[in-house]
Design a protein around this ligand. Structure first.
Ligand SMILES: Nc1nc2c(ncn2[C@@H]2O[C@H](COP(=O)(O)OP(=O)(O)O)[C@@H](O)[C@H]2O)c(=O)[nH]1
Ligand SMILES: [Mg+2]
Length: 243
């Protein structure tokens, strides 16, 4: 009886071991990554990469605290303006969808302690938007220093500078901002655009409406995607010039 029990235990252990080996072999050698996801009460199989067809793109929005970064992100992503906004102590993000692109607008706060982290976010980003408070002439020198520090770290990153708060009487003009930020040092070395904006009185005077800024950003990202696709065509993708 004892011998029979031992035999059945040995057979049970052998079956379990064989099952484990077969499972490991199946998951290793059957091609393609697999993912199981729960939908309602059932587990549904979907290969990775087919879950959605969006390509992720990031726009990094930087600038000193109080420049208007959060207000601009809000206006661009919702097409509405806010009369006030709380200071950003860490990060602030918003997402927009544009013809196959899922664009994340990422603000990293502009206070002194957070500025030390700015450069860490440059690698993953596709465009940098640098926002300046056009009325804050006392801190423009600091803004220039921070901007050029970032540009040194990312020599090819496309740059959009927004001379914000153009609705204020005391605002410096867009050409004043161009010289105060020494943007002539950047001109010709990378894609660079400078625009006047107002996040609370959108499209005020000669400033550019933020929905136009949004369209420009979307267009730039689509252009970057096209260039990327031309230099790294997907394997098996049909060549446009093929007969
Ligand atoms: N007059 C004016 N005020 C603005 C403008 N943009 C932002 N502000 C105000 O400036 C303050 C700081 O804005 P916020 O978006 O939080 O700046 P952030 O620290 O760069 O994110 C808030 O009180 C905003 O309402 C603008 O274009 N014009
Ligand atoms: Mg903010």
């Amino acid at each position: 009886m004892a011998a029979l029990r031992t035999l059945s235990m040995v057979i049970g252990a052998a079956v379990a071991a064989l099952g484990s080996v077969l499972f490991i072999a199946w998951s290793r050698y059957v091609p393609g990554k697999r993912k199981w996801r729960r939908t309602g009460y059932e587990l549904e199989y979907r290969p990775l990469g087919e879950q959605d067809n969006y390509l992720d793109r990031q726009i990094l929005v930087l600038g000193l605290d109080g420049a208007g970064k959060s207000s601009i992100i809000h206006a661009i992503s919702t097409n509405t303006t806010k009369s006030s906004s709380a200071p950003t102590h860490g990060f602030n993000t918003a997402q927009i969808l544009s013809q196959g692109l899922r664009i994340e607008l990422l603000e990293v706060g502009g206070s002194q302690n957070l500025r030390t982290y700015w450069t860490q976010y440059l690698k993953k980003t596709h465009i940098m938007v640098f926002v300046v408070d056009s009325t804050d002439d006392i801190r423009l020198q600091l803004a220039r220093h921070e901007l050029h520090r970032l540009l040194e770290e990312a020599p090819r990153l496309p740059l959009l500078v927004l001379a914000n708060k153009q609705d204020c009487k005391s605002a410096l003009t867009v050409s004043d901002i161009y010289s105060e930020l020494s943007l002539h040092r950047v001109q010709g070395l990378r894609e660079m655009t400078l625009l006047g904006t107002s996040a609370v009185c959108d499209g005020y005077g000669s400033s550019t409406p933020l929905q136009t800024v949004r369209c420009m950003l979307e267009e730039s990202l689509h252009n970057i995607k096209e260039v990327e696709e031309k230099s790294h065509p997907l394997p098996g993708a049909p060549c446009k010039n093929a007969l």
